[in-house]
Design a protein around this ligand. Structure first.
Ligand SMILES: [Mg+2]
Length: 320
């Protein structure tokens, strides 16, 4: 099977079809017809086996997650997902692996209405690189540089589940005492993240700044603070945790997982306080207030009584 057959066989029919794809897979380029007066939002994420997903993760989950992490970046800017390309390097054309991978990728693509429009395959260590494209309009797209002093900082969903899921996945022969449904939830959060696309769309024009949490709250929020030239105070007792996380994590470990654990793919947003109630009621997922933006630069962590906590944890950095 050559690379063209491989793409046709496994990927050609795996995603949504869209009317704005003039030429899709199979020519030198895809030809796309973006809506006029919209900006194109473009993002690339690369996933390497053993670094971004466990070597023993299922092919379906790897397919899902490869696309989901890109959709999360589109969500963070309020963009509507439209098209993506796939560059896949794999050690050998393992047919059952490819079939499952394409199924996971396709399931995620169909759920979010995004179409695969091109790609490339080559032999090598397992890695997946996806470039996803979406549309948004300039007036309402969310960026990292718009946070203002007084903004409320909120996060969607819960924090720490995926980092705990990874820890439990790596030690899974030792965690028999855990409730099975808790394990399933935590592993689901690790392997099949849900990009917050509809929340991102609903926040357009309301949030001053947003970022998706891929590398951990501490590191990712710092990107907003640096880009916006502001600081923040975060109340660690307000960080939302799932019941499964609360049951499965000793209290001493919670903060590190919630603050520097990666892979949550929730949105962290900065919004004017007066918008909080209306935003909350328009979202299909919980939005929790965890702190506020300050004029004084730096990121400060406070306990339940408002006392400073010496949190030194940064986000995940691939080069450290
Ligand atoms: Mg991101």
């Amino acid at each position: 099977m050559n690379e063209f057959e491989l793409i046709r066989r496994y990927f050609a029919a795996c995603t949504s079809s869209r009317e704005d794809v003039v030429v899709g897979i199979g020519d030198d380029c895809a030809l796309l017809n973006p809506p006029s007066a919209q900006l194109l939002a473009v993002t690339t994420d690369m996933l390497i086996a053993g670094r971004h997903f466990p070597l023993d993760a299922s092919a379906f989950d790897i397919g899902w997650k490869s696309l989901a992490v890109n959709l999360s970046d589109l969500a963070a800017m309020g963009a509507q997902p439209c098209w993506f390309t796939l560059a896949l390097s794999l050690p050998e054309p393992d047919q059952s692996w490819l079939g499952e991978f394409a199924e996971g990728l396709g399931r995620c693509a169909k759920e979010f209405g995004i179409a695969l429009v091109g790609g490339d395959t080559t032999r090598g260590a397992l890695s997946i690189s996806i470039t996803a494209m979406g549309t948004t309009d300039s007036a309402t797209s969310m960026r990292r540089d718009g946070a203002r002093a007084g903004d409320v900082i909120c996060v969607t969903g819960t924090l720490g589940d995926a980092a705990l899921g990874l820890r439990l996945w790596q030690r899974r022969s030792f965690c028999r005492e855990l409730v099975n449904t808790d394990l399933e939830l935590l592993w689901g959060r690790l392997h099949r993240p849900q990009p917050r696309v509809s929340a991102g769309r609903a926040l357009r024009g309301l949030a001053h700044a947003a970022i998706d949490l891929s590398d951990g709250l501490a590191g990712d929020l710092q990107h907003i603070l640096s880009a916006s030239g502001v600081g923040a105070e975060i109340r660690v007792d307000q960080l939302p945790m799932s019941p499964a996380f609360a049951r499965a994590t000793p209290e001493a470990d919670r903060l590190a997982l919630q603050v520097s654990g990666g892979d949550d793919y929730e949105l962290c947003i900065c919004i004017p306080p007066k918008e909080l109630d209306s935003i909350r009621s328009s979202l299909d997922i919980p939005l929790v207030e965890i702190g506020h933006i300050t004029t004084e630069p730096g990121l400060r962590w406070l306990d339940g009584q408002g006392r400073p906590l010496p949190v030194t944890a940064g986000g995940y950095d691939h080069f450290q």
